[in-house]
Write a protein that binds this ligand. Structure first.
Ligand SMILES: Cc1cc2nc3c(=O)[nH]c(=O)nc-3n(C[C@H](O)[C@H](O)[C@H](O)COP(=O)(O)O)c2cc1C
Length: 314
């Protein structure tokens, strides 16, 4: 998620769940080809499994960007066919590609030929006046014919005219049933449901009809729920929130010594203790102090002390 799921965020999330598949922010193929690759694609070894999401619509350029991403060690390359922002539309990628399934198929075919790792697609169920019953099946059919076997479907339309990107994450109604029907029609393909899933109870219920679930805002705004994912959804031993926080604190201390600013790392922690005693004081202390020039690890220790050991226990 742009501005959210950067490398520091992903490290925190990985410490909370060793099983969840993590995704980068969308990076355009052009940025990969011409930009600062170490900054755009660099990630920590502990993030795996981690997927790189690319944006673009030029098959050869996407293929080259995918190859570079795979060389950086990403475990999966995902093509964004869901982002509705104006900037994205003017570049002819993201959600507006729902109208061009053949072009998307050419893109994923070129990407697949360039990398040894899976190439997946994240899409909407349609855009604007499209009939989602037709648009989703057309996109899935074209990509499947090009060899894609896993689709992440944000189960609502994007309205490219008249809604902001933020509104496009809430206003168009969700249609899980359509995604479930398309999944049933294509038992050889994997469908990961996305959009509006707030809790692990909801996630578990969806997993009876889908191959996976993707949580966006809930995972970011309430990261503690990730601490229950391994036990709840994978049957592993439970992860302790306090252990993850301690490990992330060590990571923050290491990165501070490398010159990373405290706020760049602690901003992803703000929702960690939501609903628990001291959560508001924790957030306030970090928000006000981590941003200051030269802010050190003491700011994080002080914020954690406001939460207290009981509240931090998983
Ligand atoms: C701040 C923000 C940034 C996002 N950036 C991306 C992105 O880069 N690529 C993408 O596929 N979706 C992006 N999304 C959309 C989410 O991945 C997800 O599809 C959407 O929020 C619906 O899922 P949710 O209800 O679980 O949040 C972003 C969402 C938010 C809130």
């Amino acid at each position: 998620m742009m501005e959210w799921s950067d490398t520091h965020c992903r490290v925190l999330h990985r410490l909370l769940s060793s099983r969840a598949l993590l995704y980068t922010e969308m990076v355009t193929a052009e940025a990969v080809l011409h930009g600062d690759r170490a900054r755009l694609l660099g990630h920590d070894a502990m993030e795996h499994p981690v997927a790189l999401q690319l944006g673009g619509s030029a098959p050869r350029r996407l293929a080259e960007a995918a190859r570079i991403g795979a060389d950086f060690g990403y475990d999966e390359i995902n093509l964004n066919v869901g982002c509705p922002s104006d900037r994205v539309q003017s570049g002819r990628f993201g959600a507006c590609l729902m109208k061009e399934p053949d072009l998307v198929a050419d893109c994923v075919a070129a990407m697949r030929a360039a990398v040894p790792v899976p190439v997946t697609v994240k899409c909407r169920i349609g855009v604007d006046g499209q009939d989602p019953e037709v648009a989703l099946r057309a996109l899935v059919g074209a990509c499947a014919a090009a060899g894609v076997t896993r689709f992440v479907v944000h189960a609502r339309k994007a309205w490219l005219e008249g809604l902001s990107p933020k509104e496009n994450r809430d206003v168009p109604p969700l249609d899980y049933a359509l995604v479930a029907r398309v999944a049933r029609e294509n038992p050889h393909l994997q469908f990961v449901l996305n959009g509006g899933i707030r809790t692990l109870d909801e996630a578990a219920a969806h997993l009876t009809r889908f191959d996976g679930v993707m949580l966006g805002r809930a995972a970011y705004q309430d990261p503690a729920l990730l601490a229950d994912v391994d036990a709840r959804l994978f049957g592993d031993a439970p992860r302790g929130l306090d252990i993850a926080v301690a490990a992330y604190t060590d990571y923050v201390a290491r990165k501070l010594a490398e010159g990373v600013r405290l706020h760049a790392m602690t901003r992803h922690m703000l929702g960690l203790f939501n609903g628990r005693p001291g959560a508001r004081a924790f957030r306030r202390h970090l928000s006000e102090n981590a941003i200051r020039d030269g802010a050190g690890i003491g700011v994080l220790y002080a914020a954690l002390a406001l939460v207290g050991p009981c509240a931090r226990a998983a």
